[in-house]
Ligand binder design. Structure first.
Ligand code: SF4
Ligand code: SF4
Length: 319
């Protein structure tokens, strides 16, 4: 090889390294059913439409819902590999708190941005002790402790915000809004792509959810004191004292037949029916502990617990 071609080879290598260095790495993590893949598809398609080369890889959790899911999205002028090396993620987006903590070593220590929903989906194996009030084997770190350790961190109650909007399943779009505030693309371009991935008829609520997440990050950047208050570590929900009227609301259309509630109910009073939808087979055995409501990844169960004393009081008031 002559001197000229050595120099050519060196400058080509330099240009390649520069293009690769400009690659943005976004890691999205959560558990099955939360919408990790939806977020990564929206981001990947948006980057493509903006003229970037994109590589995306994903690993779905267990076939049954509730397992860990993650997706790597890398975009830039030229992207060489679909996976983000440890310590190289520019952004880590966590739809579930403990999953976010698990992936922290992938974040760039000096400049990485961490955005996490404080929603805690306690995995079934962390609830082996199903006694009421028992501690769960779940990450104990609080948002304040974690945000101290990262270069730029945000902990938000995306699940709570989504419930306020009347659509608990829009938490992933709230996270998309939060993610968008750290990338260069215009809000209208995000919304055009999001509309392709959300169910028909929910475009408006998802637009609001996107605006909520984006607006929240902007507010917090102005005033960090707006950040979320501390949330207590989860424990098996307590049963209220006294006589209680218990009923379960089950939204059949939201049940994905994962079987988690059936297996974890301490009283074994749930089962899947012939359509593989959960049902309460033994209402008398149900203690109203709310574990099923808490563990369902799809918000399909609500446990109503009303103290009989309160019912009587309300009746007296009405009379
Ligand atoms: S609330 Fe009832 S059905 Fe649900 S886990 Fe507790 S005992 Fe089982
Ligand atoms: S209701 Fe039970 S079976 Fe249905 S999705 Fe929720 S946890 Fe799974």
């Amino acid at each position: 090889m002559n001197r000229h071609s050595v120099q050519d080879a060196k400058s080509k290598k330099g240009a390649k390294a520069q293009k690769a260095a400009a690659t943005k790495n976004v890691l999205i993590v959560g558990v099955g059913g939360q919408g990790v893949i939806m977020i990564s598809k929206v981001l990947a398609l948006l980057c493509q439409t903006q003229g970037y080369q994109v590589k995306q890889s994903e690993v779905h959790g267990m076939a049954k819902r509730g397992g860990g899911v993650f997706s790597h999205v890398r975009f830039g002028e030229e992207v060489w590999s679909p996976t983000i090396p440890m310590g190289e993620a520019d952004m880590l987006i966590a739809l579930e708190w403990a999953e976010g903590l698990r992936w922290l070593p992938y974040l760039k220590p000096e400049t990485g941005i961490f955005i996490a929903d404080t929603q805690r989906i306690v995995p079934p194996f962390a609830c082996r002790n199903r006694a009421v009030g028992a501690k769960t084997a779940y990450a104990k770190e609080t948002p304040a402790e974690i945000l101290e350790k990262v270069a730029d961190g945000y902990a938000l109650d995306a699940g709570g915000f989504a419930e306020e909007l009347g659509e608990p399943r829009a938490a992933n779009t709230i996270l998309l809004g939060a993610l968008s505030a750290s990338l260069e693309f215009a809000a209208e371009d995000w919304l055009k792509i999001i509309a392709k991935f959300v169910p028909k008829g929910t475009e408006k609520i998802n637009e609001q959810a996107f605006g909520k997440g984006r607006g929240w990050i902007e507010e917090v950047r102005e005033n960090p004191a707006e950040m979320l208050p501390e949330t207590p570590a989860p424990a098996i929900p307590a049963i209220p004292a006294g006589e209680v009227d218990i009923s379960l609301d089950i939204i059949d259309a939201w049940c994905k037949s994962c079987d988690i509630c059936v297996r974890l109910c301490p009283e074994r009073c749930l089962e899947l029916n012939e359509y593989q939808i959960v049902r309460l087979k033994d209402p008398d055995a149900c203690t109203g502990c709310r574990l099923c409501e808490w563990l369902c990844p799809d918000f399909a169960i609500t446990v109503n617990r009303v103290r009989l004393d309160d019912i009587k009081k309300n009746k007296r008031k009405a009379a």
